[in-house]
Each structure stands twice: as C-alpha cells, then as structure tokens.
Design a binder for this molecule. Structure first.
Ligand SMILES: [Zn+2]
Ligand SMILES: [Zn+2]
Length: 438
C-alpha cells in the first residue's frame, strides 16, 4: 500500500513526491522521496515476525532508486538490504555497518558480508553532515533509540523540506536533548521551515503507558544487583542502552559482565563509538546530547568459565573465570534459547535470577509476535524478573516533536498501528488539521 503526495509545482520541472509504504503497521518501513532529478528510499525493512502479510515485492527496475538511506540497524528498517540491486549505493551510520557486519559474520551470511564490505557501495553518514543526491540535500541527525546509531533524515528538495524521524525516543541515556536538537539544528531557531513531517507512532497503540526511563531502570537495576549478585540477562545484543544500564548497575556493585563472543563484539562497537563522541569537538551537534558516559564497557568478558585467569607473578594463585564469577557475582548476557540452559544450570546452586529485558509481547500467546521458544525457556528458568523499557517515543514526546517541528504542510504518522490516535494528542490546533493518513 502506498500513498503519494505531491509538492506544489513552482516551476514546471520541480515537483517533490513522497511515497509511504506500510505506514499503518510497525515493520516493513519503506519511504520513497523523489524530486525531478533524484529518487531516494529511506529504509527497506522487513515485516515483523508473525506479520500476516509477506514482504511485498518492490519493483526496482520501474522505480529506479538512486540511493537507499538507512535510519538504523533494526530489521524492520534494514532487513531487506540484500534485495537492493548492486548498482544502488546504500547510506548508513558507522555503527550500523559494524553491527550488521558482526551479525553477518556470526550467521555466516556471505552475501550480506560481501555487500557490507564493499566500500564503493556502502556510504558512511555522519550526524549533522549534509550530502547530496543530485538535487536533494540530505542531513542525518543522531537520535536516541534502542539502536545505537539511529538517525532522523532531513531532505531538502528544490521545493520541499521533509523530515523523516525514523525510530526515536526521549527517555534513553541520550534522549534529553532531542527537542533542543530539533530547535537548534533542524529548525535553526525557527528560521528553517519543515514542510512535511513523517513521524513514527509505535506508542500510539499504547497511549496510557507510563515512561520508564533508562535512568529509572538503572536505579532499579542497582537495587537488583544489591540483592542478587548472580544475574542472567536476556536482552537484545544490539540494544546498547539496555546493555549499558545493566552493565553500569552491575559495576556499581563491583560485578563484571560476561557474554558470548558475538555479544562482546557488538559491545566493542558501542564502546568504540562512544569513545569517539567523547573526543568529538562538537559533540552536542553530532550526538544530540553527546552523552557517552554509560558505554565504557570496560569490564565485559567473553563467557568462558573454565578459562584460567593468570595471577601475574604467582601461578599458584591462578583462578578460573568461574571462580571469579562465584566470588564476585556476575551479569551474564544470554538468549532465551536452549544452548544457554547449560549456562544457567552450571550456576544453579547459587540460585541465580534471570532478567527478561525485552518486549513482553513476545511472551503473550495472544500476540501475533508470540515466541513459543522464549516462553518455554523462561518457564524453565526458575526466578525470573521482568525489567524493560521501550525504544520508542511516548505519545507525549510525539506531540512535543510535532509542535517543535511545526510542519507547514502535512504530518504523516508512520510505523504505527494506531495512526488516528495522533489527533487526540496535545498538539497545536493549527497542526491538527495537517495530519494526513496513508
Ligand atoms: Zn528501531
Ligand atoms: Zn522500527
């Protein structure tokens, strides 16, 4: 399903066109924006697991896309990248490329690896640094999300300025500067007019949900580690913020983090990027807040309980990783999957706690994304705690962003199952009339 809106024709040859695909669902995110000279796609995502419809075919030949811009590395935005014809360049953040490469490496996906390692095809984007595809000027802005480097894109065609938010939120470690970033860099204190806003509305289906911020979660996790020194953590290996929250909470209690080498490699990407932000001269501009603190990840080790850790100078004092874990406590990152049961069993005598820090929808048999494996795994775990925060903007923040962007022409909710709820938000009256639907 697609909707086409057309810009005002100022000159015969200038006309901006926007096509939104799958805007009325979460998943399969695709937007195509064209001027008279260029056509760019923002995201080429897969439908979420359990979706009724298969991913619809995209007619690359007829559409002749000049470039694909990815907002971030979640599958509902980047999942179909291998289908993109080899002649089309793809733009993504540095960490997005690294995270995708690590996934491809560990899943032995040689096709994906080949694309990701192709420097002529994969183009790097940098926050607040504009580039052009023909007559479309594009500026990415880094935002807070449950993916480490997620971007909004501002596209300026000869007759329209369009902001595509991608996925974002305000309650993560880097979220508090979002509105300031919009006012200063996107709106330039009111001097730049945005005509069209495409805004994600995941949380429009969960209007009453209260914000549980990463900061609140950190406080709760510090308490958790005080009470329980042996914690298995089930969370996404690419959710840098949740990993950072648990890592920081563990560290405050003198506890180290352990994980599969794959997870350690992902964590290395986050640590390295955050260190780069620290050195950046203009970090507010580049990072929508420049908050690098939680991602130091210094005490994260590949899980190898039998490994001998040498006590330098005195071999008699050598210890195994397991001895350290048992003495100091641990936060071991796992997946809700069969092979990890052995990891838990090894420490069963310590009465460990398993923390599930992912979306609860996966555990709900009523939900289409229900995951039987996760449910069965958790049922076998014993003591389970549920601690999770959403990667998406609350309804309140969605309204604040709309008011700050103040689109001159139209507002399109995307990435939502409840677009109509946008009308009930606390947005300025003159903006309410600009809401359009797919
Ligand atoms: Zn996302
Ligand atoms: Zn998404």
């Amino acid at each position: 399903m697609a909707v086409t809106i057309q810009g005002k024709r100022k000159e015969a040859e200038i006309m901006t066109d926007i096509k939104i695909y799958n805007g009325n669902q979460i998943g399969g995110c695709i937007t195509v924006i064209s001027s008279s000279k260029a056509k760019v796609m923002i995201d080429f995502g897969e439908n979420l697991p359990g979706a009724e419809a298969a991913d619809p075919a995209f007619d690359w030949e007829a559409e002749s896309i000049d470039a694909v811009l990815f907002t971030h590395y979640h599958g509902d935005h980047i999942g179909r990248f291998k289908e993109i014809p080899r002649s089309v360049p793809v733009y993504m953040g540095k960490v997005t490329r690294q995270v995708m490469t690590t996934i491809a490496k560990y899943t032995k996906d040689t096709d994906a690896l080949q694309i990701l390692q192709d420097d002529t095809r994969v183009r790097k984007i940098k926050a607040a640094q504009p580039f052009a595809i023909q007559d479309i000027r594009i500026t990415p802005y880094l935002v807070d999300h449950s993916a480490f480097d997620a971007y909004m894109y501002l596209l300026e065609t000869p007759d329209k300025t369009i902001l595509h938010t991608g996925d974002f939120r305000g309650h993560g470690h880097r979220g508090n500067k979002l509105l300031q970033m919009i006012n200063t860099y996107i709106r330039r204190n009111g001097t730049r007019i945005v005509d069209v806003l495409l805004i994600e509305g995941t949380m429009l289906s969960r209007l009453t949900e209260k914000v549980y911020s990463e900061a609140d979660m950190l406080k709760d996790c510090i308490r958790l580690f005080k009470e329980h020194r042996y914690v298995f953590l089930i969370c996404s290996s690419t959710n840098a913020d949740t990993l950072a929250t648990f890592y920081q909470a563990a560290r405050r209690n003198g506890i180290k983090m352990f994980a599969h080498p794959y997870v350690c490699e992902q964590i290395d990407h986050f640590r390295e990027a955050a260190a780069g932000y620290r050195e950046s001269k203009d970090r507010n501009r580049e990072t929508a807040g420049g908050y690098h603190g939680p991602y130091d990840f210094k005490y994260v080790y590949p899980y190898a309980p039998a490994k001998v850790i040498p006590a330098y100078g005195n071999p008699q004092k050598d210890v195994t990783q397991e001895e350290i874990m048992r003495k100091e406590g641990f936060c071991i990152v796992i997946k809700a999957d069969e092979p990890y049961k052995k990891w838990i069993e090894r420490f069963r005598d310590l009465d460990p706690v398993v923390v599930y820090s992912m979306w609860e929808g996966y555990l709900n048999p009523e939900h289409k994304a229900y995951n039987e494996t996760y449910k069965a795994f958790l049922d076998s775990c014993g003591h389970v705690e549920y601690i999770h925060t959403s990667g998406h903007a609350t309804a309140e923040l969605i309204a604040e962003v709309i008011n700050a962007v103040e689109p001159a022409e139209s507002i399109y909710p995307i990435h939502t199952e409840n677009a109509k709820a946008l009308e009930r938000l606390n947005i300025k009256e003159e903006l309410r009339g600009k809401i359009r639907y797919e």
